[in-house]
Design a binder for this molecule. Sequence first.
Ligand SMILES: C[S@@+](CC[C@H](N)C(=O)[O-])C[C@H]1O[C@@H](n2cnc3c(N)ncnc32)[C@H](O)[C@@H]1O
Length: 500
Amino acid sequence: MLDWKNQLYYGDNLPILKEYIKDESIDLIYLDPPFNSNRNYNVLFKDESGQESASQITAFEDTWHWDHVAEATFQELLLHSSAKVSMMLNSLKQFIGTNQVMAYLVMMTARLIELYRVLKPTGSLYLHCDPTASHYLKILLDTIFGKDRLRSEIIWKRYGGFKRSSARKFPHKHDTIFFYSKTEDIKFLPQFKPHKPEYLKRFKQDANGRHYRDDVNPTKGGRRTIYLDDVQGDLIDSLWIDINPVNPAGIERLGYPTQKPVALLERIIQASSNEGDVILDPFCGCGTTIHAAQKLKRRWIGIDITHLSIGLMKYRLKDAFNLIDNKDYQVIGEPVSIDSARQLAQENRYQFQWWAASLVQAMPINGHGKQGKKGSDKGIDGIINFIDSPDNKLKRVLVQVKSGKINSKDIRDLRGTIDRENAAIGVFITLNEPTRDMKTEAITSGYYKSEFGGQRYPRLQILTIEELLSGKKIDMPPIKKTFKQAQKEIDKVSDQNDFF
Ligand SMILES: C[S@@+](CC[C@H](N)C(=O)[O-])C[C@H]1O[C@@H](n2cnc3c(N)ncnc32)[C@H](O)[C@@H]1O
């Protein structure tokens, strides 16, 4: 406990769970995996002024296919998992066939088995899903945990507004959260919400100012007096209609497509863990679980497969709690050396660009997948907004990231882009060392002059990954306004109720 550090992992959660997370070491797991909804989730970033950036990038692809990975995982599960699991998977495959749904279920089975392994005997798991696959996921959970370990099927009403009468069905309004325990011996603290006004109306005030009501005594017959201050509140049941989704225009919204409200995670964490317990979210997204865990003084582990998420979580932890990565918590799986950066660039160019953009806190622009078109962005991979004028107008630094061969034409092109886009500064991030010609080309691009005090900053700056890894920063005015900031968790009033 003393040498514990909270952990953020970049990568696929399956190998990470296998390699790093010990048996029976986790008190509470919340997972909000992609739902097999067959669509790509886009991130629409908003800057501090609330303006949507023109850039829309694919955060993750919520589509599964029966490919060689699915087939290999299926075979592996048949060989190495329990008889019950392999029987169930075989039956499901016969019924469903080898298609996207089955690929999704195989991917989830492998992960749920690992999650079961790492859960302490007193631990609980909450799986957040929707009707697309909830019925199949419940079968898998029953098989792995045992059907008697289902404690609650929680229905969370997530939409407030928009309905269409033409849809020929009842509008879909809820998600399902399955709550399973590993054994019968679990931690659970009932949760309460404030009394309903109708209930409060039934109380009168006595001479001492206490609120009371007379009622029939259900056990002994006769009457009894109930005092309001003895009743804890309205016991929360499995129908959750009092937690609003993240308001698209609200202060909690960070721009991540499937962001869940902190209040939802606070309820789960408060019901099923104590201070100091370890909470794991293997599909962490923009980090709602780790935010709520940090706020409620729990320890936490978060995992996500995109650098976009890891970058967002770092900003969120800094903005809300002033936590610094690799000082206040560990980040595992990110490149820490030039060799590992090179490896990432070889494996996935877009992940490399997202990671490199996060080193200078730039909002990334290019996505992977179908929507992440090159070309529409004019060779820009990231943007940093800053304020440096008396009228608070946003100015821009344009960032370009290169992992391959480079020459002085790249610098001339970037210079042309800065001029055309009327940007203040251009930054060229490169994995390889720049040539002397490139440096000269950059120096001759001149300076950006601050409107406060006239300080000069080089208009075109070349930074190598090696320099960034050893702490070098962009030379620019100090007031950055790139991302919509997470609210500070000090003296905060939740924006929970501003949706309706
Ligand atoms: C529905 S989102 C989670 C949203 C999150 N609850 C929040 O409030 O921000 C699912 C996340 O799972 C991540 N993901 C998908 N497959 C993964 C895998 N195999 N390992 C780790 N993360 C994965 C995606 O990148 C995405 O960020």
